[in-house]
Design a protein around this ligand. Structure first.
Ligand SMILES: [Zn+2]
Ligand SMILES: [Zn+2]
Length: 315
């Protein structure tokens, strides 16, 4: 795919990235300042920018951990900034991976060679990593990043308070993602890029997140054990027993949802917060949440249904 976009990449791109880096480092330049452009040295730019999305991303992560999680009892009001910083850092790492696939992929519109061309946002970055950068993210990684993005948006736009444990867990999960993404996709060892104190704290946060995930998984297996024991025939009967829609007799039929795991329309809600796939070959189970905006079921958990999330993202 890189060849397909090869023709649109031009020399104009390098000064543009340099300028972008200047803007990202110095918020006062984001509104259109051009200090970075005036002071850049073209010969040095190539090696410099190779490091800069990466270095910038790590800076954000290091500052998020360093400023808000090194203290024994961090101020609950400030840990939201840790999430904001770390999320910005993750986005820069995703951009770095895109840049390595092809520098033009970092631009939202790859054909836009203007100096102030917009760079990809989170949603574009994730989708482009999968489609053109040969960097498939696992379902759980993508779910984590989307969850983190939702939290980031809520913190930024809705003045949502977050308790310390929630923040710690999310930061721990992101720390684990960053460690593995850097190792597997960027061939970098996170430990070599952060201070020993921050690395030590990152290890604690990763361990907390892993232990919580394991406890959650075990509790879930206990909860769904009765469904796991159902015979194939019982499973199929559960789905086939759902009464079809009828305008008079059954105007609000029980829903049957698509299964992300097997791709079949076979998921039924068996408890208010549990859904199972009734395809006997799949039998995947899902957490069900209620959309915070319209109360529709959200299969797989999450705060908002797809259409409400789309609405929120467009705001
Ligand atoms: Zn399935
Ligand atoms: Zn909704």
């Amino acid at each position: 795919m890189a060849a397909r976009f090869g023709t649109v990449f031009s020399q104009d791109f390098l000064p543009w990235v340099c300028d972008q880096i200047g803007r990202e480092r110095d918020p006062s330049l984001r509104a259109g300042g051009s200090v970075a452009q005036k002071t850049k040295k073209p010969k040095k730019v190539v090696t410099h920018l190779k490091l800069d999305l990466l270095a910038n991303g790590i800076d954000f992560i290091q500052s998020g951990i360093g400023q808000f999680f090194l203290k024994g009892a961090p101020n609950p009001r400030t840990h939201k900034y840790a999430i904001l910083h770390i999320f910005s850092g993750v986005l820069l790492l995703l951009k770095e991976r895109l840049r390595r696939a092809h520098p033009a992929f970092v631009r939202s519109n790859i054909q836009d060679a203007a100096a102030d061309a917009r760079t990809v946002d989170f949603i574009e970055a994730v989708s482009r990593l999968k489609t053109v950068a040969d960097c498939p993210l696992s379902g759980s990684d993508e779910a984590l990043l989307r969850r983190a993005q939702k939290v980031r948006n809520q913190l930024e736009h809705y003045q949502v308070e977050m308790n310390l444990d929630q923040a710690r867990t999310l930061v721990g999960e992101l720390a684990e993602f960053v460690f593995l993404f850097m190792r597997d996709q960027l061939q970098e060892n996170l430990e070599e890029h952060v201070s020993p104190r921050v690395w030590e704290r990152l290890q604690d946060l990763r361990a907390i997140a892993k232990a919580l995930a394991e406890a959650k998984r075990k509790a879930w297996l206990v909860r769904i054990s009765k469904y796991a024991k159902m015979t194939d025939a019982e499973l199929v009967a559960r789905r086939e027993g759902i009464e079809p829609y009828h305008p008079k007799h059954n105007p609000e039929p029980e829903g049957i949802f698509w299964c992300e795991e097997c791709g079949q329309e076979a998921v039924v809600i068996v408890e208010s917060d549990v859904a199972i796939c009734t395809n006997p070959l799949c039998r995947e189970s899902f957490e069900v949440a209620a959309c915070m905006r319209c109360y529709a079921p959200v299969i797989g958990g999450g705060d908002f249904c797809e259409s409400c999330q789309g609405y929120i993202d467009s705001q």
